[in-house]
Design a protein around this ligand. Structure first.
Ligand SMILES: [Zn+2]
Length: 171
């Protein structure tokens, strides 16, 4: 049986998962391609996540410790986040959805975030995106014997990425 998109007044087939909560539960609804794109654009994955939630995200078994399995084998928020935001199969985070920094208007928060990500203000969004992936791989707990030091580093990187995404994302 085909599932119909959960978006109001939509009758397309729903084949994409949209998480309902930022937690480890498997609650999601199914949307069609048009509506998953709208959903992902509007839903900032990292925004309003507190320290603890980010830490949970970073430590999540389902995010990190099943790297030999495909991420598609589980449906929780972290997995959906990985597929939608980091892997970006739907091109939601492609550069046309983001602007560049205006040199005169870089806030201190953005400067700090750029520093954490080892980038400067000349950076284009796609470089931020690929740097984020690179750093996430580099500081992956599995690659660092679960070192607390690297976990903290990864948490800072995630917050920095979140900050830059908020600043540069087009409304
Ligand atoms: Zn739809």
């Amino acid at each position: 049986m085909k599932i119909i998109c959960d978006w109001e007044n939509c009758n397309e087939i729903g084949s994409y998962k949209a998480p309902l909560e930022k937690d480890n539960s498997k609650k999601y609804r199914l949307l069609c391609l048009t509506h998953i794109k709208i959903f992902n654009k509007n839903w900032n994955y990292f925004e309003n996540m507190n320290d603890q939630e980010i830490e949970f995200f970073i430590k999540s078994d389902l995010t990190w410790h099943k790297s030999t399995k495909t991420f598609g084998s589980s449906d929780n928020f972290f997995n959906i986040l990985w597929n939608n935001a980091l892997d970006d199969k739907l091109n939601i985070f492609k550069s046309s959805n983001f602007r560049d920094f205006k040199k005169t208007k870089v806030s201190q928060q953005d400067k700090d975030a750029l520093q954490v990500m080892e980038l400067n203000e000349e950076v284009k969004w796609e470089q931020i995106q690929s740097k984020f992936k690179e750093l996430v791989k580099k500081y992956h707990p599995d690659k660092n014997q679960g070192s607390k030091k690297f976990e903290d580093k990864l948490k800072k990187i995630t917050l920095a990425y979140s900050q830059l995404k908020k600043t540069l994302g087009k409304k």
